[in-house]
Write a protein that binds this ligand. Sequence first.
Ligand SMILES: Cc1ncc(COP(=O)(O)O)c(C=O)c1O
Length: 385
Amino acid sequence: MNPLYAALPTTIFETMSARARATGAINLGQGFPDSGWPQDVLAVAADALLTGNNQYPPMPGLPELRRAIADHYQAHQGVTLDWQSEVTVTSGATEALAAAIFALVTPGDEVVLFQPLYDAYLPLVRRAGGIPKLVRLAPPHWQFDAAMLAAAFSPRTRLVIINNPLNPSASTFDRASLELLAGFAERHDAVVLSDEVWEQVVFDGRTHTSVLTVPALRDRSVKIGSGGKIFALTGWKIGWLCAAPPLTRALARSHQFLTFTTPPNLQAGIAHGLGKDAGWFTAMRSGFQRSRDRLVAGLTTAGFTMLPAAGTYFVSIDLAASGIMHDDVTVADRLIDAGVATIPVSVFYGEDPVTSTLRLCFAKQDAVIDAAIERLAAALPGLRG
Ligand SMILES: Cc1ncc(COP(=O)(O)O)c(C=O)c1O
């Protein structure tokens, strides 16, 4: 076996979900919702499966989906994309990440990443022969400044990977931060790979700022989206890459030998969904925001201190501020025994981890949230001891 893979542990999500299944714990670890998906999107995909063409779709994706992606971003983010030369459909954001990293990194290139980082980034960068340069973000704001970027960039920097909104910290980067990053990317002639899968799941009236709306980044960035996150259908694995034509041509060459294409009926369902009116997206966001507020209110009343959560399906407990002096891995381990699976945020660091925050998924029905609050409240005195 390739030693790069032999050294990789099973992901924390698999480990925690398996333990939750084995012990009957409530699973607030892995980020999958238990309700909130649109029935009409399912119906269009089901119909396409039964009556449509189930043979290989075009390699860059169904024209109707690529058009729908371009129209969606025009309507929601003011981004103008040519659907034929700037959009590639992939098998989830995970394949989009792999295609982009394999297309853009050659052995020895340096890649700037921000930790905490989504778990696929580091193994993919290493598999491409890239050298990770990690910027360490910390609670409660999880932001970077010019000094942190200056320490990470070098003449060998070729790619920067950013995740906005950021999973697991549930924080966002604003336009000023993206402009700061743009200056560094321009000076070093680096491409910015922007994982924006959580773009539609932002709260408290926020609007998402895409890298493609920053003029200096428009032609040197690759934006990744995911239908799974937008429509709470995480098992569907329909993602996409949006980038200027020269970048898109490079991405397509990489994508064609990873999966080549993606199930056509699911593409048809997502194409239909992306055309929904603005009211559907607003209602979707308020539904998840209500769940966030329910979990945060319950845990705050129970004595936990919660960190802000601007987007995603996640919110974190600040362990130290909650009077818990154990590290996050120890606490997650004890909480499984108390009946709730969570994710220690330190596993999202490649080096020098923050060990004082625990991530919980709130995209669950009220009864599940309430039961989890009860179990966590009961466990708190023991955790403080
Ligand atoms: C930041 C981030 N990127 C990528 C993915 C993977 O998306 P997909 O399921 O479309 O492959 C996730 C899923 O949780 C994520 O949080």
